[in-house]
Design a protein around this ligand. Sequence first.
Ligand SMILES: NC(=O)NC1=NC(=O)NC1=O
Length: 164
Amino acid sequence: MTLNDFNALSPERAEALLRPCVAIPAWAEQLAAGRPYASPAMLLAAARQAAEGWNGADLAAALSAHPRIGERAAGQNAEAAFSRREQAGVAPDDQTADALRAGNLAYEQRFGRVFLVRAKGRSADEMLAILHRRLANSPAQEQQESLEQLRQITLLRLEELITP
Ligand SMILES: NC(=O)NC1=NC(=O)NC1=O
């Protein structure tokens, strides 16, 4: 969709279009309300600004829509389609797939939520290394890293939706 078309949508349609970017309704509402945007860069800046204030509760809400790394997103909705595309490059060999499964489990036992990483453009081995590094984070550090990854995923999805 072009930026002009996005600017011209009704509020309801604009919010509905944005929702699959991240499962945080306030973000979609705020971004839709900020229209019209003069350029894609202005839209992305507003989107990142609206995501700066996310906290632990936002992260927990958003994770409901993100399958584990290495797991294929089921379902026909837009979020699942985004996840499948983002993880298309993961394609782990058996050994790495086993290590990702073990790493995801260790992460969930330590931090109590799914490990979240921007998967687009990254291989399974790269994400396994990131997972092992982040397992050593403190809970506070790890919440900040997870929120930054959530922002990256969200903005990448927005860029896919609104093409110049
Ligand atoms: N647990 C995850 O990190 N999931 C995901 N990362 C992405 O970039 N897309 C996902 O679905």
